[in-house]
Design a protein around this ligand. Structure first.
Ligand SMILES: NC(=O)c1ccc[n+]([C@@H]2O[C@H](COP(=O)([O-])OP(=O)(O)OC[C@H]3O[C@@H](n4cnc5c(N)ncnc54)[C@H](OP(=O)(O)O)[C@@H]3O)[C@@H](O)[C@H]2O)c1
Length: 247
């Protein structure tokens, strides 16, 4: 089975940072408020145009995030959960039949969920055979859908193919941080990159657009072809690239 098209879509500073610092996610801390101040007024309209274009071109029915957007790097697996019962929790679990999915990679079982549906998107967690059974039992009790792919951690390629075969997803928009997008890039799973570049430089060693291990000897950078570029007078850039695959 083919994988869905994968479009990486993030906002970045001119130095390629997607967050202010590595130890604090934007979503759950005041860093998010500071990040908002970096957005020129045009950025909201540019984001809307980007979403409309993606809808028109690919009709994506799933977004993808990593657990790093929800919890800090220091967070470990949830503790104090009741042990799993007799169910085979390592089978895929689909609690709803949904048309749109908010998908999150959480192979270590670190996120305690406070919602399972928002804006018509249903929560779908990607886990592996190494995810604690108690966490999978917790997801089942909460009625939260999950797919199991991979032995030591989530096998992103297999998980994406399963999203296509089981859920009919033909395009996934990854709006994750550098850890997730870097892993997708290294695995050769990225087809297109959409960047909204904000007129700010952050410096330091916060998460970048693509993080992860350095290129190994014999590995090459991913070559891109520019599809379009839009410049707003207040400083927002919108860049679209496709991965060319040729090395
Ligand atoms: N500016 C933006 O548009 C934007 C968008 C999103 C996020 N952010 C910011 O970026 C930061 C989060 O970035 P991050 O890099 O810390 O977190 P992240 O991108 O969420 O990366 C960590 C996630 O990726 C998974 N992962 C990493 N390598 C993998 C591999 N080889 N195979 C399978 N799964 C893999 C991890 O899996 P495990 O489950 O195994 O841990 C974890 O779920 C936050 O500060 C957030 O606010 C900014």
């Amino acid at each position: 089975m083919e994988k869905p098209r994968v479009v990486v879509s993030v906002a970045t500073s001119v130095d390629g940072r997607v967050s202010l610092r590595r130890d604090r996610p934007l979503m759950t801390t005041d860093d998010g408020k500071v990040w908002e101040t970096l957005r020129p007024p045009s950025s909201a309209a540019v984001e809307e145009a980007r979403t409309a274009l993606l809808d028109r071109l690919y009709s994506p029915t799933a977004t993808l995030e990593g657990s790093g957007s929800m919890v800090p790097p220091s967070a470990g697996p949830l503790i104090g959960l009741p042990p799993a019962g007799s169910d085979d929790v390592y089978d895929d679990f689909l609690a709803v039949e949904a048309e749109r999915w908010f998908t999150v990679v959480d192979g270590r079982g670190r996120v305690r969920w406070t919602m399972k549906e928002a804006g018509g998107q249903h929560l779908l967690v990607l886990v592996s055979h190494a995810t604690p059974a108690a966490y999978l039992a917790y997801l089942r009790r909460e009625g939260i859908s999950y797919l199991v792919a991979g032995t030591q951690r989530v096998d992103l390629g297999a998980a994406l193919r399963r999203m296509r075969s089981r859920l009919g997803v033909t395009c996934v928009v990854s709006s994750g941080g550098g850890g997730l997008n870097g892993a997708l890039l290294r695995a050769g799973l990225v087809d297109e990159i959409q960047l909204i570049v904000l007129p700010a430089a952050i410096g330091g060693n916060g998460p970048g657009v693509f993080d992860g291990p350095a290129l190994a000897d014999g590995e090459f950078p991913t070559r891109l072809r520019l599809l379009s570029s839009n410049t707003e007078t207040d400083g927002t850039l919108w860049l679209r690239y496709e991965v060319t695959r040729s090395r």
